[in-house]
Design a protein around this ligand. Sequence first.
Ligand code: SF4
Ligand code: SF4
Ligand SMILES: [Zn+2]
Length: 477
Amino acid sequence: MSRKARPYLFYDTTSAVCTTCLRVIEAKILLKDGKAYMEKWCPAHGTERVLVSDDADYYRQCRELWIKPPEMPNTFNTRMQYGCPYDCGLCPDHMQHSCLTLLELTDHCNLRCPICYAGSGPERAGYRTLSEIVCMLDAIVANEGEPDVVQLSGGEPTLHPDFFAVLDAARARGVRHLMVNTNGVRLAQDREFCARLSEYRRAFEVYLQFDSRRPEALKEMRGADLTGVREQALQHLNEFDISTTLVVTLKKGVNDEEIGDIIGYALGQSCVRGVTLQPIQDAGRVQGYDARVHRLTVSEIRRRIAEQSGVFTAADILPVPCNPDTLAMGYALKVGGEVVALTRYLDPAVLVEGGRNTISFEHDGELRRRVFDLFSTNHSPASQANCLAELMCCLPRVSAPAELTYHNVFRVLIVQFMDALSLDIRALKKSCIHIVQPDGRLIPFESFNLLYRDGRAGLLRTLRHEVVRATRARRTS
Ligand code: SF4
Ligand code: SF4
Ligand SMILES: [Zn+2]
């Protein structure tokens, strides 16, 4: 008698949260028709099936090949008490230190974007005091020693009255690379501000919001036509040669057909070192978002880059080993007016397994270490260029440029922040993008948006109480 088989491969189990009640629930990872799904089951709200990757081969590569031992912070800030994700953080069960730490200077903003995760706007007055910010910087240093990347964020951080004192305080604490996450309005309107900013340009980068070059898309996502603002901001950033990354929030059906155009535009700007693509997450004030229509996975964006850019193929965009579930990265070299993806320089016989087009590390630990060093989110443009030059040196038969500076390196990075629908707690434990709190906690950005932002304290308390009650019930039974 032949038995009936399920129409999928059962790949793994994990934990997730119910999209309706946010309770931690069981989940399975299933592979079906070349795609990877997470199937979740909540006793109260039933079963949900979520697409986690539309490329099962890529998903398996992330899980099986692009992993490394977790790198720890110097200290942990909370203890394990209620279980993940109720103990953030970082608690000792977290599996990666803070490659990048966000520090929100204010909730105030000169825009009021319909998709703001922080719920910022002109009506939200008030700034964190300098002394509070200094304490938060000290908390990052206590965890990280010399923090790799600190990103000043908000609200709109350039509006903070002590903005330059904050930059000084970060520098004085040995932050290796400082970023400012900005909507660009002040940079466009205030040339003198940019001139002063340029005094900090060593190990400094502007993370410039840049979702689209089309007014309609900008109006939908940002509530205003910001095309002129972006151009003016870039004009100033080019003038003062301030390293810049263009940051694109991607909403399927709105701006996902513009990826190639934005990469092409970025390559033409002398100050721009790369493009970061962030699929929209359902968090904060996000309005007009329907996961069934607007959601994008990392593998879909990877394919879009290949289809649209003319520079990168899908095989050039590789998982980032700190957290391969949510991060992917590709490099191109800009040399003599030409732009060539990094993997084109790699000898396939040595590095790339022809058929599967994946990097074969097993035979060369040193090579693996250098590739993993490069494919990491803890870089500045300068450290990236150094790392890339070192990798090139250790490759046989490579005809790479003798000297590389950050002017030659262009990076494409995909950063997916999981939301209630897509959260896989296994992947959350490897999150390396954290947000510092006034009390010194460093919380993974995804769990922060889900459970720890303003207005969520009551929900978190309830969920923790349930854990306590369930534990007591188990002990007494
Ligand atoms: S996400 Fe990390 S820090 Fe937060 S509870 Fe889980 S393991 Fe701990
Ligand atoms: S997304 Fe950024 S620019 Fe828009 S309102 Fe929020 S903080 Fe301001
Ligand atoms: Zn539920």
